[in-house]
Ligand binder design. Structure first.
Ligand SMILES: [Zn+2]
Length: 395
């Protein structure tokens, strides 16, 4: 993206995340008149334990950022947006209209988790490792007021409609199948007398989604001289292969009269898996007599979001039959006491938070239970640790 002549229009792109989570790409435009413009694409929370301290400061001055763009509303892509505003960012954040509606759901849930973690930590004696930068862990990274403040500056835009961010930058959001409301973001930077610079930020990209149609990237975009900045997290896995393995696991576990526990991200994957179970029921591969439990407050909020946005979706009803939402401690104990063969869908996807922390220890040693982690698990999360143990012992 840089050009040889320093007097030319020039763009630096730096990915500031060292691993899968904490997505944040810093872009610096240098104009021929020596002026500069800075923007970021995504501003996610680091979820790997060894990078947690990186959540508490930015390797740039937030007050120098002119604007932010958001590809989608997974917390590893938006989880530090409130902190960004708290630390001095004054610009606007642009994303799709659906993502702008979804953002406060995810951010308020994270604010709740951050505050309950602080309460838990204050009850423990914390041993400080001097190799880890010291940060003030008596206050959460952000709270619901910070979320409300950030959301006042978030602007939702239509897909496929170019909009002007300022005199030199145009942006177009293209629909991305990764999640509801997700975009690939085309940024065009122009300056009089210079070749424009086109960059496509894919975010976590998927060319399909079971809930809505994803059009191919338009030819007029493909034919541009373009730079592509992509995330490779899901780059080497074939969705079809995963679907087959998953469906076989469900069918075989039920055939063996087991309890099947599936940990899922509340947003997207939870609804996708419910739809797969419904499909298996419709194809008579899964009996409608098998009870399905769905546990996780945030997952229920997203389920409601999906059902209230049918106009944006191809699938009108994704709920399998015989599904019971589980709300709270008492009902959860009832699920644990149920000795029948059943399916439990639970948050969190990586097993570190939420009701998964009750189900996983309870069923981990049961010969009549199968546990499936429904998505990526970051280093040091319960999900990753269990997978590592399984690989080490080849079980
Ligand atoms: Zn994602």
């Amino acid at each position: 993206m840089s050009k040889k002549n320093k007097a030319d229009l020039y763009l630096d792109v730096i990915a500031l995340h060292k691993e899968v989570t904490g997505s944040c790409i810093l872009c610096t435009v240098r104009f021929p008149n020596r002026e500069k413009l800075k923007f970021i694409v995504d501003c996610g929370l680091f979820q790997e334990e060894k990078y947690q301290s990186s959540n508490y400061s930015f390797p740039f001055d937030p007050s120098e950022i002119d604007f932010a763009l958001v590809t989608h509303t997974h917390i590893d892509h938006i989880g530090r947006i409130p902190k960004l505003y708290k630390d001095g960012f004054k610009g606007k954040t642009y994303t799709s209209k659906l993502a702008a509606e979804l953002m406060p759901i995810a951010l308020n849930n994270t604010a709740e988790i951050l505050s309950s973690n602080i309460q838990k930590n204050s009850k423990k004696k914390v041993i400080v490792d001097s190799s880890i930068p010291v940060f003030d862990n008596s206050k959460p990274l952000f709270d619901s007021d910070d979320v409300a403040n950030a959301m006042q500056n978030v602007i939702g835009k239509d897909f496929n409609t170019c909009f002007k961010v300022n005199d030199h930058v145009n942006v177009t959001l293209l629909k991305n199948g990764h999640t509801l409301g997700a975009s690939c973001i085309l940024v065009t930077i122009h300056y009089k007398g210079q070749e424009p610079i086109n960059v496509l930020f894919t975010g976590d990209y998927s060319g399909s989604n079971s809930f809505f149609t994803v059009e191919d990237i338009p030819d007029k975009v493909k034919n541009l001289p373009i730079n592509i900045v992509t995330e490779s997290t899901y780059g080497t896995t074939s969705k079809n292969e995963i679907n087959h393995v998953f469906e076989d696991l469900v069918i075989n576990s039920i055939k063996n009269k087991e309890t099947l526990i599936i940990t899922l991200f509340a947003f997207g994957r939870m609804q996708e898996i419910k739809n797969v179970l419904k499909k298996l029921q419709d194809e008579n591969l899964l009996s409608k007599d098998i009870k399905i439990y769905s546990d996780g407050k945030l997952a229920h909020e997203y389920d409601n979001f999906y059902t209230s946005h049918y106009e944006d979706l191809n699938i009108k009803n994704f709920m399998p039959e015989n599904i019971t939402p589980v709300n709270g401690f008492e009902q959860r104990n009832g699920v644990l006491a149920d000795r029948d063969c059943k399916i439990i869908l639970t948050t969190s996807g990586m097993g570190n938070y939420g009701p998964a922390q009750v189900y996983l220890p309870y069923y981990i040693s049961s010969p009549k239970a199968t546990i499936i982690f429904g998505g990526y698990t970051a280093e040091n999360t319960l999900g990753r640790k269990l997978q590592e143990v399984q690989e080490r012992w080849n079980i």
